[in-house]
Design a protein around this ligand. Structure first.
Ligand code: ASP
Length: 902
């Protein structure tokens, strides 16, 4: 009876309260509103204000409005909190938002669970108690984000600083992700219970070699740690902190902005979001809260944001699921439960909400919230700046916006005693390389090269100090679409390096995010290819001095003139001669210009030989003289040209211009450095030929090289590969690799500059010093040293111009072939003639051909005798079956056909 009375009083009190907080009061059992209870231990009243604001926002969209009831309890006072919960239950609450104190919340969760009332806990939970409905990212996901950020920083060791044992769960997950091959992690605990004094821990950090620290802990704990870190002196440019607390944006970071310490963290929402701005406005009105001065900061905590979002989830659920919370008795003896409570809670977890929330997409896998993103934020002088977006399962990469450095307050612009980090690329000779030495070199002594010397010269002039660091092969580019930079550019933009010197081309795209000095070298893109190879001498290279037409006309002239001799000789009476001079009145005259003799005469003249045929008539002499003159000129020309042709071999190259390359003439492939201005030249050019080449390069990524050396090696390997490279680098390589050459003219004109951070205050001084070095001839001297002296001289001038070389067998093999073939032909002719002679002899003596052949053969092989009997057929005759033939007839025959002894 008493209980009924008390309940009635509490109920009526709660209605009054609901009216006060939620605007309209509705009967819980009337079905016209849904009560939400907030039990908060937040003394600042911000959580309550957020809760009320969220309800008023969602009520604009709801048919059945939400009514908020807030119970303020002391932090950690579970008894008080439970009493308030009872009161809420009796008033018919549909869902309860728990306090921050974990044990209190855990207690309330159990009570709500037993009554099937959804319990909402908007704080980081550890998977055990308290759990309920929690929108906070799990410790595993926070560990995943920290893992990706550490990977981006490429840390090989760091300190993991945690506040209390539960945060070891993050470490545990990190270690699981790393497996056995992770960075070295030194684990240190700081604990508020140690009188809030972390200085001993921080001093240990200062004394250790580590300067990279991952900090996890409560919002108050982490904020205090950073404050004390500054006091201990480890909040400076040597230290990098990654903060694993989602409330970094609420910290007062003013003190650390100029400390140059790198502080990176994560947050779930930006202060610029509409929902956040509305809430800030509300808190400003209600509590007089003012906006923080630093950009990127807000006083809206994760707890407030998650309270707001949880109200949004409840509102969305009520749109789909009718829910009429009943008044309950909180005593455990009463087993009354909220009839649709567990269904309502399950439905909340099955929803996916993408809009009108503060912390982004809400979606659950089991009890764990997933599918959200973190803004990765970094403290810069302007405040917190977003430098990337982390999303589970996606590769995380920093996307730092170009940093506008304010150098106004730096100093008077003097470089004296300043130390700069200078990026070089040690794989790019001659600009920089590692010194080869048996001693272990450290620091700047490890490096040598044109760029290294140039920085030394500048340092001598301007008085600054420098530390060289290898920046790799990727010089970098700026992507306007994603606003991201890469390679050396990124290092400079993000302030990890001050200068970069290598074969770094000045481009407008790079100029958008960094500055360049005036160019210290001018160049253009050209083609590196193997030197034209000497063609192997052709078999009939002795024919080369004359073109085939000349040979043809020479043959025609030879035949024509021989015919003329034959005709003119017959027409000239003087050429008709007495064949037997001792017979004074011969019966017949003979003309020496038979067709045979005519051909022989012209042949003798053509080959500069005699023929023992002497023209006697004027006409034949005239034509002889003309023919001799003709052959004199022809032979002289041939001789002169032959020497040149045989000794100077014309080297041939399949490609002579960029057009040949674009056409893949003779199947020559080509490529360039994978990243950099050369590749960009083709990808941005609007010239049809370069567009075509760009398409080829896109289609053949295997032709793109990581650095110039790889390209040079591929060209050298002789696999019909040409490398598009900058003319200065080509020049360097062709002096050292004798079989390489530059093909064609440069495709463009540009220069190399020293890269520096945008608006660098020392740029003018640098440029002036560079100009002085140029005027004093220092740049020329350095160029000569690194191009023509160090490691050069391998290719002597001789190799370019070999001069006349002796003729080899290859050069003259054709003429040998002619000789052999001619000899074989003459042997064949002589054998044929010999057979014909034997045939005629056998016919005359009427002996078998074989007998005659055997007899003649015997005579021929009688090498000791140089004479043969006049009638050598006698022996044949004697053995012949036709022995009746007279000696007379034999004599006649032998006189006509057989060799006759003198
Ligand atoms: N000099 C170029 C650059 O600055 C590199 C190259 O393309 O060869 O990216």
């Amino acid at each position: 009876m008493h209980f009924c009375w008390i309940s009635l009083i509490i109920l009526s009190l709660s209605r009054v309260q609901a009216q006060f907080y939620g605007g309209n009061a509705y009967e819980a059992s009337s079905g016209q509103s849904i009560r939400l209870g907030l039990i908060t231990d937040d003394a600042t009243d911000r959580i309550r204000q957020t809760f009320e604001h969220a309800i008023s926002v969602v009520n604009n969209e709801l048919g059945v409005p939400l009514v908020g009831e807030t119970e303020q309890v002391a932090y950690g006072n579970s008894v008080q909190a439970f009493a308030q919960l009872c009161r809420l239950m009796q008033s018919g609450v549909g869902a309860v938002f728990g306090p921050a104190a974990r044990h209190t919340a855990s207690h309330l969760l159990n009570a709500c669970d037993s009554k099937d009332i959804p319990f909402i806990y908007p704080h980081l939970s550890w998977g055990s108690n308290p759990d309920g409905f929690n929108l906070h990212p799990s410790p595993e996901d926070i560990a995943n984000a920290l893992y990706d950020i550490v990977n981006q920083f490429e840390w090989s060791r760091f300190i993991f600083c945690y506040e209390s044992a539960e945060y070891l769960k993050i470490l545990d997950h990190l270690m699981t992700r790393y497996g056995i091959k992770g960075p070295v992690i030194k684990v240190m605990r700081y604990d508020l219970n140690l009188n809030g004094n972390y200085k001993s821990v921080l001093r240990r950090i200062r004394k250790s070699e580590d300067s990279r620290i991952v900090v996890v802990g409560s919002t108050t704990g982490v904020a205090e740690l950073l404050r004390q870190a500054q006091q201990v002196g480890i909040m400076n440019e040597d230290y990098t902190y990654i903060i694993g607390n989602l409330n970094l944006h609420t910290f007062d970071l003013e003190e650390y902005k100029y400390s140059e310490a790198n502080i990176t963290g994560i947050r779930m929402f930006s202060p610029d979001q509409e929902e956040v701005r509305d809430l800030m406005e509300k808190l400003h009105q209600e509590l007089g809260e003012s906006e923080p001065v630093n950009s990127g900061s807000t006083f809206i905590t994760m707890e407030m944001a998650l309270t707001y979002d949880a109200v949004r989830v409840i509102a969305e659920t009520t749109k789909h699921l009718p829910y009429q919370p009943q008044m309950l008795n909180c005593s455990e003896r009463h087993d009354n439960v909220q009839p649709d409570g567990s269904t309502f809670r399950n439905y909340m977890r099955s929803l996916e909400i993408k809009e009108k929330t503060i912390t982004g997409r809400i979606y659950f896998e089991g009890n764990v919230r997933k599918g959200f993103t973190f803004d990765v934020i970094e403290l810069q002088t302007s405040g917190l700046v977003k430098v990337g977006t982390w999303e589970e399962g996606k590769d995380f990469e920093f996307q730092r916006p170009p940093q506008a450095v304010n150098f106004n307050d730096i100093d008077d612009g003097s470089l004296v005693n300043k130390t700069f980090i200078v990026l070089i690329s040690v794989a790019t000779k001659p600009y920089a390389s590692l010194v080869e030495s048996i001693d272990t070199l450290i620091g700047n002594n490890q490096f040598q090269g044109y760029g290294v010397d140039l920085i030394k010269e500048l340092a001598d002039k301007l008085g600054f100090n420098f530390t060289f660091r290898d920046g790799g092969n990727d010089y970098g580019s700026f992507n306007k679409t994603t606003n991201s930079t890469s390679g050396m550019l990124k290092e400079i933009v993000e302030g990890r390096a001050d200068l970069a010197i290598t074969d770094l081309t000045i481009t407008s795209e790079r100029e958008e995010v960094i500055d360049f000095s005036i160019p210290f070298m001018n160049l253009g893109i050209a083609i590196l290819y193997v030197k034209p190879q000497k063609a192997p001498p052709a078999l009939f290279s002795f024919m080369d001095p004359f073109s085939s037409e000349v040979w043809l006309y020479l043959g025609i002239a030879y035949l024509g003139v021989s015919l003329c001799f034959f005709i003119i000789g017959r027409l000239s009476p003087i050429e008709w001669d007495n064949p037997y001079p001792c017979i004074e009145e011969p019966e017949e005259l003979e003309n020496q210009f038979t067709i045979n003799n005519s051909l022989w005469f012209t042949t003798g003249a053509l080959l500069q030989q005699g023929s023992e045929i002497a023209p006697k008539a004027l006409s034949t002499r005239t034509i002889s003289a003309i023919w001799w003159f003709f052959t004199l000129i022809m032979v002289s020309s041939y001789t002169a040209n032959l020497a040149a042709f045989l000794t100077i071999e014309n080297p041939t190259s399949p490609i002579n211009s960029v057009k040949d390359l674009a056409d893949n003439k003779d199947d020559v492939q080509y490529g360039a450095k994978r990243t950099g201005s050369t590749r960009n030249f083709f990808s941005t050019s609007e010239e049809p030929i370069y567009i075509k080449m760009n398409e080829y390069l896109n289609a053949h990524p295997e032709m793109l090289m990581e650095n110039n050396q790889q390209g040079v090696d591929k060209v050298k390997s002789g696999t019909k590969y040409a490398f598009l490279m900058e003319s200065t680098s080509i020049e360097f390589n062709t002096v050292r690799e004798c079989n390489l050459t530059k093909v064609g003219d440069p495709l463009d004109e540009k220069g190399y500059g020293i890269a520096m951070v945008k608006n660098w205050p020392y740029r003018d001084k640098f440029n002036k010093a560079l100009l002085e070095l140029q005027e004093q001839g220092v740049l020329a001297r350095l160029k000569n040293k690194w191009w023509n002296e160090v490691g050069a001289g391998v290719c002597s001038a001789k190799s370019d111009d070999d001069g006349p070389s002796e003729l080899g067998v290859d050069n003259l093999s054709g003429i040998y072939v002619v000789l052999v073939i001619g000899s074989i032909i003459s042997i064949i002719i002589s054998i044929l003639c010999w057979c014909y002679f034997v045939y005629k002899k056998a016919k005359n003596y009427e002996v078998p051909f074989c007998d005659a052949l055997a007899e003649e053969f015997r005579i021929v092989i009688r090498f000791s005798e140089n004479e043969r009997p006049l009638k050598s057929a006698q022996s044949i005759y004697s053995r012949s079956r036709n022995s009746s033939q007279s000696i007379e007839s034999l004599k006649t025959d032998s006189e006509e056909n057989m060799p006759v002894e003198d």
